[in-house]
Design a protein around this ligand. Structure first.
Ligand code: GCO
Length: 460
């Protein structure tokens, strides 16, 4: 029998986007180039040679987009700031016109009673900083703190939630190891260095935000986390799970929440960490009021000697449901929340100097790319997305019923947009966008989500 799943009164329902994926206006009003501008303008990187030059033109259409958020009934909007709009050279000169855009966006959100969740970095590093070495260069962490201070100075009278990074693991590994994302580098040492400097920059930015804040603020970070499962019960596959989990999940969770680094467990990490992790770094990194979790799928691995670092490869199990990019595995969001709560949020006696209050947790992204489109009558019947949402949000509820204090759920994404190396081929929105005319249409999943927000729950 169906049960009505009720959420706490103050549960936050939101949607997320990111600057490069939705803004467009890639070279307007004094914005400098980012590594994504360079990457997409280099042939061979993006499906069909597509770019985010215009994408869904949120830069110009943000009022219309806020009106859609209002219509859906969102409590909160998670967006990112394009660093190169604010500091076109990455450091130094401030471009006021860039700040003005976010100023207007924040005002429009507040006018509509939508809480801004501001993220400072969703992968679009200013190109001039990449020219000086990018994230493998420790100076980039300090540049990030400078940038954080500038944005805080301007917006912290109105913005209370400050997320430093979105998925630093992906920025490091896909940007500097697999090379699938900008800046497209394939160097394992550069990736390890990047990861440490991204985390360090979180800590340095947290200090800068607190120093410049014009009121009380919460500082958070958003991580991509996946439960890891073995392809078989063999000893080798189970050991592969431990290694993959270390690199995929513990590499960010341990420094942020425990003040330790599991890097030493890998030969390349051992080699690097003697010089890479300086005294005091780990204490700085461990500075968090809010942990954001992005969940899409699980990772199933089997032992594979050929694969560098982890000696494991990902497999796609038979007999499961798949989307345009991943396996659909709703229980994973429950498993993840239970594990994080047990391993990281249940207070343990802290060693001296490392005491920290337990951060809040939220789902900051969850969503699915499934084929959809306008039907003859102008509606978008994306039942598979609605099912995905129902099943995943029900699993969040299940974790909450088991005692995990989840504070909110953000859908990825508000609207269809530029999906990185996939270009425009994968649609994630609750709002359908005709990429030629920029016409927006709320999908059936968007109406379903809207009802969930209004009732603060749903039949399941
Ligand atoms: C990420 C990013 C988003 C993606 C989304 C779907 O998680 O990779 O935060 O930018 O678009 O996850 O891939």
């Amino acid at each position: 029998m169906d049960e009505f799943l009720v959420f706490p009164k103050d549960f936050v329902w939101g949607c997320a986007t990111s600057s490069y994926q939705v803004e467009g206006a890639w070279n307007e009003d004094g914005k400098g180039p980012s590594i994504w501008d360079t990457f997409v303008h280099t042939p061979g990187h993006i499906k069909n040679g597509e770019t985010g030059d215009i994408t869904v033109d949120h830069y110009h259409l943000f009022k219309e987009d806020v009106a859609l958020m209002k219509e859906i009934g969102l409590d909160a909007y998670r967006f990112s700031v394009a660093w190169s709009r604010i500091l076109p050279e990455g450091t130094g000169r401030v471009n006021q016109a860039g700040l003005d855009f976010y100023d207007r966006l924040v005002d429009e959100l507040l006018k509509n009673k939508i809480e801004p969740y501001l993220c400072l970095f969703h992968w679009d590093l200013p190109q001039p900083l990449q020219d000086k070495g990018g994230w493998p260069n420790r100076d980039t962490s300090h540049a990030f703190a400078e940038y954080a201070g500038v944005v805080t100075e301007r917006l912290s009278d109105r913005v209370k939630i400050w997320m430093t990074h979105n998925e630093p693991w992906v920025a490091a590994m896909a940007g500097y190891f697999s090379g699938e994302l900008a800046p497209g580098i394939t160097d394992v040492q550069a990736a390890f260095k990047s990861l440490h400097h991204l985390l360090l920059s979180h800590g340095l930015a947290a200090e800068a935000i607190r120093a410049h804040a014009k009121g009380s603020v919460k500082i958070g970070i958003t991580l991509n986390l996946n439960p890891v499962h073995p392809a078989s019960e063999s000893r080798k596959d189970r050991d592969a799970v431990v290694r993959m989990d270390t690199i995929l999940n513990r590499a960010t969770l341990d420094p942020l929440l425990k003040g330790s680094s599991p890097m030493q467990e890998f030969a390349v990490g051992k080699l690097l960490s003697r010089t890479l992790i300086k005294p005091g770094d780990l204490e700085k990194i461990r500075s968090l009021d809010l942990l954001g979790i992005n969940y899409y799928t699980r990772t199933v691995v089997k032992y594979d000697r050929k694969f560098p670092v982890v000696a494991a490869t990902q497999i796609q199990p038979e007999g499961r449901e798949y989307s345009g990019m991943w396996e659909i595995y709703p229980e994973g969001i429950y498993e993840l929340l239970m594990r994080i709560n047990a391993d990281y949020l249940t207070p343990v006696p802290a060693s001296k100097g490392m005491e920290q209050k337990t951060p809040e947790i939220m789902i900051t992204e969850n969503g699915v790319p499934v084929p959809d489109g306008l039907d003859f009558d102008g509606r978008v019947r994306d039942e598979r997305r609605t099912h995905y949402l129902r099943d995943h949000i029900a699993q969040v509820h299940r974790a909450m019923a088991a005692g995990v204090p989840v504070k909110g759920y953000f859908h990825w994404s508000l609207m269809d947009n530029f999906e990185w190396a996939h270009g425009y081929a994968q649609r994630f929105g609750l709002v359908y966008v005709d990429f030629k005319t920029q016409q927006r249409t709320i999908k059936e999943s968007g109406y379903w989500f809207s009802k969930v927000i209004k009732q603060n729950g749903f039949e399941y």
